[in-house]
Design a binder for this molecule. Sequence first.
Ligand code: PEP
Ligand code: MN
Length: 332
Amino acid sequence: MIVTVNNDSDVRGVRDGLVRLGLWVERFDGSAGTQFVVGPHSAAVDPDDIRAIAGVSAVATKKSPHPKLDAMPRTVQAGGVRIGADAAPVVMAGPCSVESEDHVRRLAEGLAARGVRFLRGGAYKPRTSPYSFQGHGETALRWLRKAADEHGMGLITECMGEEERDLVAAHADLIQIGSRNMHNYSLLKSVASTGRPVFLKRGLAATLQEWLLAAEYCLAHGSPAVVLCERGVRSFDTSTRFLLDLAAVAQLSHVHRLPVVVDPSHATGRRDLVIPLCRAALAAGAHGVMVETHADPAAALSDGPQAVRPEVLFGLLEEMGLPGPHQRRSAS
Ligand code: PEP
Ligand code: MN
C-alpha cells in the first residue's frame, strides 16, 4: 500500500496517524511529493481509515490475488451450522475412519447430546501406506449420513478423488479436501463444481498464500464458501506429528477475516495435547475445532494415538458454553 501526503500537509502528523493504526511505514520523497510505503508486517487496516487521516491525499492498494475470498462473508453456513466470526465456536468431532454403522451411530448420539453440531468421519482415507485400512467408502458415507440425520448434525467427510466426488457431494454438507490434496487443483475445481462448501485443510508444507489461493480456486469454480482448517505443518521436531501453526490461525481470523477451524488431532498426533490446543486455538481466533474421537482409541483402525474418548471432550464443550445433558433435558 502507498499513502500519498498532500503537498502542504504536516508529514509528521500523517506518519503518526499511520503508526497509530498499526502500520510500519517508510518515507519516500520524489516527483509525487511525500509518500509512505506500508510494510508487509503491518496490521490489516481499512484504506478508508487511512484516507480519514488529515493530510492524506491518496491511498493506492495492490490488487488482491484472491478477490473472491476477500469478498466471502465472514461467517459461512453448512449443514444448518454457521461457522465464522459472527457465530458461536463450532465443534466437529467423530472418528478418523468410520468403522461400522453401530460405531458411528453411538458416537454421533453421545456427541450430539453434548452440543457437537458437526459429525466428522473418514469414508475414503488418505493413508500413507497402501496396506493400511483405506475406509469403507460408499457404505461408510451412508452410515455417516444416517447417524448425522438421526441426531440433527451437519456432516463433513473427505473427498480424495474425482471418482467419488458425486457420492461424497450427495452425502456431505461440507466436503473436506485433505492436506495431501490441497495442491491438487483439478480436484479442487472438480469438488467446487458440485456447488458444495469446502473445508480446505492446509497442505503439509503450504505457505499461507498458497493455501489462500487454493481456497480462491474453490470459489472461482463454483463453491459458495470455504472454511480453512489448520492441521499442522511439517517441522524438524518429532515430538509432535506436525507443528500446529497458531500464528496462521490468528492471521486468517484477525487479518484476513476468514472462517478458520483448527484440527489439533492431526497436528500433534497425541491425545494428551488435543484439549489444551483446542483452548489455544479458540484463544488465537479459531471459529471452531475438529477433534478425532473414538470410544476405544486403542482399538481404532486408524489414528488411535491421537483419538480422545468422547467424555474427554465434554469438559471443553462445557467451557465453550455448549449444552450438557442436564441443560438439554430441561430445555426439552
Ligand atoms: C482427516 O481429517 O481425516 C485427515 C486425514 O486429515 P489431514 O488431511 O489433515 O491429514
Ligand atoms: Mn485421522
